[in-house]
Design a protein. Structure first.
Length: 158
């Protein structure tokens, strides 16, 4: 399902590469700029290094294309986290390839469901369209999230 293009590679990452650290910082800034107070659930560097989170990055040669993470909620349920395409790499299929990789990994782990939380306003429209095109359907809050007017919750049954 990954749709990985020739010359691209997706690797498990240790969250130390300077380009990745910069992308994570950009991701967090954008989340805070485009979300109301208290509605940002993006993981910072320490969150992405947690034992229950695995982060992957996509590369073309030495160029960072994007990132995505999978958090284990329980042995049958995972949560997508920190999906972000690097500046200059948008509209190349990076997000679709990373999403495919994360779904494939969730299946390989034996998860029965993958869920995610995202925003409901215009800056998150492309993300919602990506998830819906991949078969995710809206659902209620999960894993301790509290329903708000801002957050949208999605799940994909595997």
């Amino acid at each position: 399902m990954s749709g990985l293009r020739a010359g691209w590679r997706i690797v498990r990452d240790d969250v130390t590469h300077p380009d990745l650290v910069a992308l994570i910082e950009l991701h967090l800034r954008a989340a805070f700029e485009n979300s109301p107070p208290g509605a940002v659930f993006a993981l910072d560097l320490s969150g992405l290094r947690a034992a229950d989170v695995t982060l992957w990055t996509a590369w073309e040669g030495e160029a960072l294309l994007g990132m995505g993470a999978l958090k284990q909620l329980d042995p049958t349920h995972g949560e997508l986290k920190s999906m972000r395409t690097a500046p200059g790499q948008v509209r190349r299929g990076v997000a679709r390839a990373m999403l495919g990789h994360l779904i494939d990994e969730a299946r390989a782990r034996g998860y029965r469901r993958v869920s995610l939380e995202t925003g409901s306003n215009a800056p998150f429209a492309a993300a919602r369209a990506l998830y819906e095109a991949a078969g995710f359907v809206e659902c209620g809050p999960f894993a301790g999230y509290v329903d708000t007017a801002f957050s949208r919750y999605y799940r994909l049954d595997l």
